[in-house]
Design a protein around this ligand. Structure first.
Ligand code: XMP
Length: 366
């Protein structure tokens, strides 16, 4: 059995030897289990030389910084720094998923570097874990927190990564040993770029505000089911094509104008989302095949009130490792009740349920 105490003792000792002489270290805490645990170990080793901050990118859930600060109140003094305007100014008007992600990452590390400089910190603590760099090296995806040497040189700080060799279950064991509350240890994952990747297509503040309100509703509504990850995404109700899929039965479909990500083999694809009235007994795979792989997600329409600019898609998946995922089987009644709440948000025309497993869809839309 792997021993979290032995790991913590050794890490604290190593950190003291390696970084005991430096003056100040910045720790960017997101409220996820990885960054929280990495910060806590460093804090135990270096004490108040460590400055834990929560950077509010503007793409967090409602009041997230203050919620995380409360949850960690007995463990670390967390300062919330609101940098949302800097992020919005850079990202407003961008539409392409990868362009938005790259812009987010660029602003994020620029902000980290400026804050680190401001506090006189040469080092920044990061919660990188083994799958992050393994997946990046394997070319599966570029993780937000895996930084190249060139990148680090450009932004002028060095990183301390105490969890670099650990896997998620080991990080959770360490977190438990260190007294991290369960609300953080078992939090559903939240992507680094946050609600940006759920504000699908053109980024506007209005759309972001809708997805933030919808997130509150969906999280409250689905929190007691055993779902690994559940969230809404929003995009414009703009249709580029419509027709009928006829396999054993015929079902009506519409193709949204926006594109979203899917996965094919080891690479990402970027294709439209298809909306179906009713699956009529067909599997989402059959619909997907009908589109000849030229679709990324298949969404089943739950409610359409015929008026309004936006569409909300609910995503709820079960997964062990997040590399593959199945759609959670929510009853029609639960979905209709949830959709009734979501449709009350100003500007929302229709609500659907994403019925695509990963693969061929990804869990997120961008
Ligand atoms: P995908 O969309 O690739 O998501 O099927 C798999 C898991 O990774 C999370 N995810 C991210 N996490 N930074 C993160 O820290 C990111 O940029 C990012 N993108 C996706 C996603 O929420 C899911 O749990």
């Amino acid at each position: 059995m792997w021993d979290p105490k032995a790991f913590v003792d050794k890490s604290i000792n190593d950190l003291k030897i390696k970084y005991g002489d430096i003056n100040r270290v910045l720790a960017a805490v997101s409220g996820g289990v990885d960054s929280t645990t990495a910060t806590l170990i460093t804090y135990r080793a270096l004490g108040d030389k460590v400055i834990p901050i929560f950077i509010d990118t503007g793409f967090m859930r409602f009041n997230e910084g203050f919620r995380v600060r409360e949850m960690l109140r007995d463990l670390i003094p967390l300062e919330v720094v609101d940098m949302s305007e800097t992020f919005y100014e850079r990202i407003e008007g961008l539409s392409d998923a990868e362009v938005k992600r790259k812009a987010f990452r660029e602003v994020f590390y620029k902000v980290v570097s400026e804050i680190a400089n401001g506090f006189g910190c040469e080092y920044v603590v990061q919660g990188t874990i083994a799958p992050d760099w393994i997946e990046t090296l394997g070319g599966i995806k570029t993780q937000h927190n895996v930084l190249s040497d060139e990148f680090l040189k450009r932004y002028g700080f060095k990183v301390i990564e105490p969890l670099r060799e650990l896997y998620k279950d080991q990080v959770r064991a360490v977190a438990k040993y260190l007294g991290v509350p369960n609300s953080i240890i078992y939090r559903q994952p939240f992507p680094g770029p946050g609600l940006l990747v759920r504000t699908v297509g053109l980024f506007t503040r209005e759309k972001l505000s809708i997805v933030r309100d919808a997130t509150e509703i969906v999280e409250k509504f689905l929190q007691n089911y055993s779902i690994s990850q559940y969230f809404p995404a929003v995009w414009e109700y703009e249709i580029s094509d419509e027709g009928k899929v006829c396999e054993e039965v015929c079902i009506n479909y519409k193709v949204f104008r926006i594109k979203a990500t899917g996965v094919k083999g080891d690479s990402r694809v970027y294709e439209p989302v298809v909306l179906v009235d009713d699956l009529g007994g067909l599997s989402p795979y059959a619909v997907y095949k009908y589109f000849n792989n030229k679709a990324s997600h298949i969404v089943w329409q739950v409610v359409d009130r015929g008026l309004g600019k936006y569409f909300i898609s609910i995503r709820a998946v079960v997964t062990e490792d997040f590399m593959t995922a199945d759609v959670f089987n929510l009853s029609r009644k639960v979905l209709e009740d949830l959709a009734e709440e979501l449709i009350k948000i100003n500007g929302v025309r229709a609500v659907g349920y994403d019925v695509t497993p990963k693969p061929p869809a990804t869990i997120e839309y961008e």
